[in-house]
Design a protein around this ligand. Sequence first.
Ligand SMILES: Nc1ncnc2c1ncn2[C@@H]1O[C@H](COP(=O)(O)OP(=O)(O)OP(=O)(O)O)[C@@H](O)[C@H]1O
Length: 730
Amino acid sequence: MADDMLMLNLSSDSAPAFHTKSYQRPTSQEKWALKKAQKRKYSEIQKGLPNKGFNGPKTKDQHPPEDKEEEEDVPAHKSPVRKPAPKDAANALSPETPKPAQRSQAQPKTTPKSKHEGEHKGGEDSVFIKTSSLFRNNPDIPDVHRPAVTQLMEKVFTSDSFAELDLHPHLVATLTKVLNVTTMTSVQKETIPVLLSGRDAVVRSQTGSGKTLAYGIPLVQSLQAVEPKIKRGDGPLAVIVVPTRELAQQSFHIFQKLLKPFTWIVPGVLMGGEKRKAEKARLRKGINILITTPGRLVDHIKNTLSIAFSAVRWLILDEADRILDLGFEKDLTVILNSLNATGPPRQNVLLSATLTDGLSRLAGISMKEPVSIHVGENSEGINEPTLDHFAVPERLQQHMVVVPSKLRLVCLAAFILSKCKFEKGHKIIVFVSSCEAVEFLLILFNAVLSGPKAKQQPPLSFLRLHGNMKQEERTEVFQEFSLCRTGILLCTDVAARGLDMPQVTWIVQYNPPTTPAEYVHRVGRTARIGAKGSSLLFLTPAETTYVTSLANHNISLSEMKMETILSALMLDDRFKVRGKYDGKKSSGALEQEVRERATVLQTEFESVVHNDDDSVQAAKRALQSFLRAYTAYPSNMKHIFHIKALHLGHAAKSFGLRDAPQGLVTVPAKGSNKDKGQAKGKRPLKKLSTEERVAILTRSEYASGMDGDFAAKKKKKKNTQANGEEGSVE
Ligand SMILES: Nc1ncnc2c1ncn2[C@@H]1O[C@H](COP(=O)(O)OP(=O)(O)OP(=O)(O)O)[C@@H](O)[C@H]1O
């Protein structure tokens, strides 16, 4: 999520604490694993091998191996030598910031410099590695209650061909030759005749069932038949609103293909991140099928004189429930007011895999007796009337795993290794709750799982996609991941809706989504159009009732065991502690060895994070953004996801931090530069209602990528008006 909505003041005084008292000592095996990792790291450095990690000099908390000291898993507030850290994550979001003077007093206490500095002499190249016990002090993993669920089934394909419809022969030929489709999917069979008859429609069918062509085909059929022939100069006859830039691009490419035989109809796309001047020029020339993200369309409605809606006959809201959502409410009102002010009678179409009747009635789109098309039916073949029950693809295998916070990072890494290193042909999307966490994981995984030490040829390929990236990069990544056969995409919910990336085999939800609908869309990036696919949802022991919440929407998950996932580390000799596993050991010994290897991996992550101050700060930012996102669960989910239930120290561990950082706050330090820009009109997150928070987070994630920076726009507008350019934002 965009950083700018919060005012952060991440204190940098996070020198790892050295506890003088043990809270609970690691087991001898864990010590062994630690020693092994330390020894290896030390000898690597002695040999002059490059240190793994982010660039930058070694920090002063690197000490010779003889100085090593196992970091105990002492809850922050039990440390006898430092200023008490917040007991829980909720406190970490408290706006109380230690005053600089207080901080400097606290500093010597947190790092017993004198002791280590002495021993550090002559140890320029040496390293001190600490890791806390990963397998101690974790909450018990409860038995997960999985209520019986009748999964809704939707038949994807029919045996009916497009040729049976009353379509222009060139359109049918294009479907066959250019788009390689001959028989209709269920949603297409039900929707195309309705739309060809001129009716409004509310369409719901599972993800990856062909909804784009379900509205695209009748739209093109109807526009190509308009007499006299449509001219560019007629302007938009159809407006298609989608929530993200990538989806806008994807839909635009489909229309380019569909319109091949009808060259006089011009499609065009408007979206944030593109040059407005170029878009305005295209609008002036004429776009007949306008595909757009809401924010950018509003931008043009307000600022582009050449945009006119007098000819609009179609309004299509793809991913309609997202567009009607809190975050886009205002934009949609502006769009509808503008469309309603002028033009002929309009055909309105709303589509989504998770559209509920209530929502479509709320739309305020003055639909004329819309036809409800719901492809879903239950296993008895009866149409399901309760519309907050969602269908997921039949060949999607859904799993969940319960992982204590401290083990989340190693468990995710082990899962990725198991699929992408030890099995072949996997293409994975990992959903994470914030842009900062995506950035952080990308750097960390590239350093540890994919770096030269991984000795993997070709190396694991990690990509990332989120709303804070530049548009060119977003487009590049989207295309690259769409085309690649294997790889891992780390992303936020910006990639959750509508994107059709072929051959994705696994969807991992590292952070659970805020609504069951978002769950459905995320997992829907795999198992599309009748293909197989799998998904894995990470939950902490405190979050397992989420399974019941999903069951209430007819979503059923099977459980995967964390130990099974971690056991993939046995295949990777990089993490071995006591030599090659011979496969004849007892299950107890195996379990122990898996734990040791997990500890070695965590140690690697922590040493990368603590390699320099920049990376520590990146980890803290990621942690902070994770905590912030955690506050955004709606009130009906707070019994499952409550910030107060998080253990800050354990959460910090999942970001490779050895300690719970202090001073994570939501208001700026007085006098900071950020303060000046952000204090205006922006309140600390903590003071917002949950509804407002959800709206901001949703909007910031989706909109950060699509409607540009309104402040910048306003400023520019002022400048250009001063320069005599009427109404221009360019
Ligand atoms: N009749 C068809 N036969 C074969 N493939 C089809 C057919 N119609 C669409 N497809 C393909 O199915 C895939 C999914 O289509 P589409 O993206 O329109 O699904 P969707 O229902 O809109 O999914 P989501 O709900 O995730 O947005 C696309 O690759 C598309 O080319």
